[in-house]
Write a new protein. Structure first.
Length: 324
């Protein structure tokens, strides 16, 4: 197990385990580097993670975060059979599992097959536990072209966002993967989030409250969330409304980009929601004020450089990299 002392200043009184998995080349390691400020080896030509003990931990005196960067799916049928047996053990020991899918993928069949094979030998309770841990993300959305991305600059930094044409494309892709990877298993999912409402027992029919958690049996769809909002108890309690929205958001597919740092804060907000109240302070610096999404202008201007040349004089009229 590798050890890192990154994330200095975090309050890690509780230990958590977060796993990330997906097909080879989807950018799992790059995502971990971007979120946690690590320098794990990445490669464009070979799997970055191949070891069968792919754990490392980020430690402080008052706690630890274990990150499990799982070997990629899809190397070969033989390798996958070995990995799948280990995956079930790894996933059950994880608090949250990030399942990464390449945003430009034209087919969901390989991920569907891998998920079904993971679940087919599991007892019902283990199947439900694994599904409830999953957060599905679409990686490398910066490679979807055209159209353009917008970089909103404020001072020395800024945020990337899709332009009005690209935004619905990302939503359509997210809806597609929701339909094929989440909805077929909806009845087995038990969404949960931390309980910051002060409520316990059964104040709202259909929700399960204990001291630390709020749960819902079955996928919290948009329609289900809207039904809860019409409940009189929910309508009077804004904190409870936010908790219901978290239960819904926890199983929405998230388009993201490690390169552009797009939606990394949204991903971490979902991770924190699933980890529980003990993670709120631990990850506060990453989820507040879009801090995790911010990219220095000096870096952003080099990611998609544009040079305009006057053909007649062969002189450079505009060079994005030279802009202040």
């Amino acid at each position: 197990m590798l050890r890192h002392d990154s994330l200095r200043g975090w309050h890690m009184g509780v230990g958590f385990t977060v796993s990330i998995m997906g097909q080879t080349g989807v950018g799992k390691t790059s995502l971990l580097n971007a979120i946690f400020g690590l320098n794990l080896l990445t490669s464009a030509t070979k799997p970055a993670t191949t070891a069968l003990d792919p754990e490392f931990e980020i430690v402080r005196e008052d706690g630890r975060l274990i990150i499990r960067d799982l070997p990629g799916l899809g190397e070969s049928p033989t390798v996958d059979e070995d990995y799948l047996r280990l995956y079930r053990q790894w996933l059950l020991r994880s608090d949250v599992v990030i399942w990464a899918v390449h945003a430009d993928s034209r087919s969901v069949s390989l991920d569907q097959m891998a998920l079904r094979r993971l679940l087919e030998q599991a007892p019902d309770d283990e199947r439900s536990r694994i599904l409830s841990k999953l957060t599905i993300i679409l990686t490398k959305v910066d490679l979807l072209t055209p159209p353009a991305w917008i970089y909103s600059r404020v001072g020395d930094g800024g945020l990337f966002a899709p332009d009005p044409v690209l935004a619905p494309v990302l939503q359509t892709k997210a809806d597609y993967f929701t339909e094929h990877l989440i909805l077929p298993f909806g009845e087995h999912i038990v969404p949960e989030t931390y309980n910051d409402t002060g409520l316990t027992g059964s104040p709202v029919r259909g929700l399960i409250f204990d001291r630390d958690r709020i749960r819902h049996r079955g996928l919290m769809t948009r329609e289900a969330a809207d039904r809860f909002y019409r409940d009189r108890t929910v309508a009077r309690n804004e904190t409870l409304q936010r908790a219901i929205e978290r239960l819904h958001d926890n199983y929405r597919v998230i388009p993201c980009s490690s390169l552009f740092r797009f939606n990394l804060a949204r991903l971490m907000t979902v991770v924190v929601s699933k980890l529980g109240v003990g993670a709120v302070g631990m990850f506060n610096s990453l989820t507040q004020d879009n801090a995790l999404n911010r990219l220095p202008f000096s870096t952003a201007k080099l990611l998609r450089n544009i040079v305009v040349v006057d053909q007649a004089t062969q002189t450079v009229v505009f060079d994005l990299a030279q802009q202040d």
